[in-house]
Design a protein around this ligand. Structure first.
Ligand code: BYC
Ligand code: FE
Ligand code: FE
Length: 472
């Protein structure tokens, strides 16, 4: 099962050759996908040779193959992780009973909605990032951008396979719509907020891969615990690809921070901007913005949708099968701070209704683990400045805190105070202009833009000076 048929028009390990109807439907969608890629994928560089990794197996460790590929020739395909023998439903009312290999009628709409929402984010991110190639800080970074882009394209394939294979006519319609919505478009926007935000500078790209792709990690983790086994297996393989996206975010931000610290020390007035770098307070504003936008993606703290998904086994908690002993989450409560009579008060919420918040808290813990590494790097660079992540109530547009105003420490404040301080907390137009002014392409192998440190090592044991992208 693990071997992938790479010769097929659509590489796959789902035995597509023996399901002619499905194969024909997907082969009809394929040219529409390529049209979308050519229209909305990376601007320029489509004829360049890019040193990319392609999935050639789903075996742990040995699944990736590195070679020069022109992006439109990337082998986008359908790869499921191996089936777990005798797998049982991890979460909810039916925990412990056999998983589903087909979609039960009563869960069809909910499951379709979840899969479409997941699917929609993948092409959205490619659209958001499409102009970045022209301003890359190095060829190493450009290659990482394109690697992320082709794999988000593959993640769309992963979800479209499920729509075509299990949701009939409705699924095929949804697959078409996925190529019709556009990130940031006023008339046909992408579904979730963060995927309509502009991503036109590389500091944003690094924040996006650090924080927004990390929502991907946690949502895919929750879906890997689904009762619907094909969804679980699809998500398990996507998670192996996702690790690189998170690596790009975490390590690239660290390189920008270290460089900011070094330039700050070099400058007689301690001003990294005067030396052409990105100063740490500016990086902090970008972190605040993208962390907050990304935690919005978990949905409301109190959600009947989340309760229903959990009850029916469509989604589980992070590592539900492995880390939890009790899988029904009935007659338990979650203590949540909410606003009552203009004050923060703790409220008991039935645990199932708080499942979005449970997942969000796991995410926040993970993000803080990275923050500690960054602050260690700043300590190594011998500067006193430390970075932080805002409280989860700050700058929210979804959920129970969205109607109120909080400072980054999570204190309830007045709208006036908020408006007076917001320029200290979030990027201002002037900050964006400054960062944009630094976005000048560096296309010589091994060279880096002044505002970022070189990476510790190259990709796939190649040197940093390797020609990761060869111009057409
Ligand atoms: N923006 O009960 P609620 C990734 C809507 S990222 C706009 O709070 P629920 C990737 C919600 O849809 C992972 N709308 O939410 C990363 C609902 O609308 P309706 C993506 C939002 O349903 C980088 C209403 O508010 N995967 O893979 O419990 C690059 C109230 O609903 C937002 C998934 O999201 C928002 N932020 O949970 C590439 C997994 N938040 O029904 C890729 C699938 C909420 O009233 N999705 N709303 O019209 C889900 O499981 C759920 O849809 C959510 C929302 C967790 C997102
Ligand atoms: Fe993805
Ligand atoms: Fe990703």
């Amino acid at each position: 099962m693990a071997s992938i048929d790479l010769q097929a028009r659509i590489p796959n390990n789902v035995d597509l050759a023996n399901n002619r109807r499905l194969q024909r439907a997907l082969e009809k969608w394929q040219p529409a996908y390529l049209d979308w890629w050519n229209q909305m994928g990376p601007e320029g560089f489509q004829a360049s040779d890019v040193y990319l990794r392609t999935a050639i197996s789903t075996e742990r460790g040995g699944w990736a193959n590195f070679d020069y590929v022109k992006m439109p020739d990337y082998r986008w395909g359908i790869f499921l992780a191996d089936a777990e023998e005798d797998r049982v439903i991890p979460a909810g009312d039916h925990a412990g009973t056999p998983v589903w290999h087909e979609v039960p009628g009563e869960h069809r709409n909910a499951l379709r909605r979840i899969i479409v929402t997941q699917a929609d984010t993948e092409p959205a991110s490619v659209e958001q990032q499409r102009y970045l190639g022209a301003t890359c800080p190095s060829l190493y970074d450009m290659r990482n951008l394109f690697q992320v882009n082709v794999e988000e394209g593959r993640h769309l394939w992963a979800m479209v396979y499920l729509l075509h294979a299990y949701f009939g006519r409705d699924g095929r319609d949804e697959a078409e719509d996925l190529l019709a919505r556009r990130a940031g478009d006023a008339d046909k926007p992408r579904i979730l907020d963060a995927f309509n935000q502009p991503c036109t500078d590389w500091l944003t790209f690094f924040c996006f891969t650090m924080f927004t792709d990390r929502d991907g990690k946690y949502q895919l983790g929750a879906l890997a615990e689904s009762a619907f086994d094909p969804l679980s297996r699809t998500c398990r393989f996507m998670l192996t690809e996702e690790a690189h996206h998170l690596f790009v975010g975490e390590t690239s931000l660290e390189r920008v921070m270290r460089r900011g610290a070094q330039l700050m020390k070099q400058d007689p007035n301690g001003d990294a901007r005067a030396q052409g770098g990105i100063d740490l307070p500016t990086i902090q504003k970008w972190l605040n913005y993208w962390f907050s936008y990304s935690i919005d993606l978990f949905g409301s703290e109190i959600s009947s949708n989340a309760a229903n998904y959990f009850a029916s086994g469509l989604k589980g908690r992070w590592h539900e099968a492995k880390d939890y002993k009790e899988h029904k989450a009935l007659d338990q409560v979650y203590n949540l701070d909410v606003i009552e009579d203009g004050q923060l008060k703790t409220q008991e919420v039935p645990l199932r209704n708080a499942m979005n918040e449970v997942l969000r808290q796991d995410y926040i813990k993970d993000a803080h683990r990275v923050l500690e590494r960054w602050n260690k790097a700043l300590e190594e660079e011998d500067v006193p400045y430390r970075l932080s992540l805002p409280d989860s109530r700050f700058f929210r547009r979804q959920g129970v805190y969205a109607p109120y105003f909080f400072d980054p420490e999570g204190n309830l404040i007045s709208e006036e105070t908020y408006n007076a301080k917001i320029g200290d907390w979030l990027p201002t137009d002037a900050d964006r202009e400054y960062v944009a002014s630094l976005m000048q392409p560096v296309n010589e192998p091994g060279k880096m833009a002044n505002w970022i440190c070189p990476p510790k090592r190259g990709i796939n044991r190649q040197p940093v000076e390797f020609e990761y992208v060869r111009a057409d």
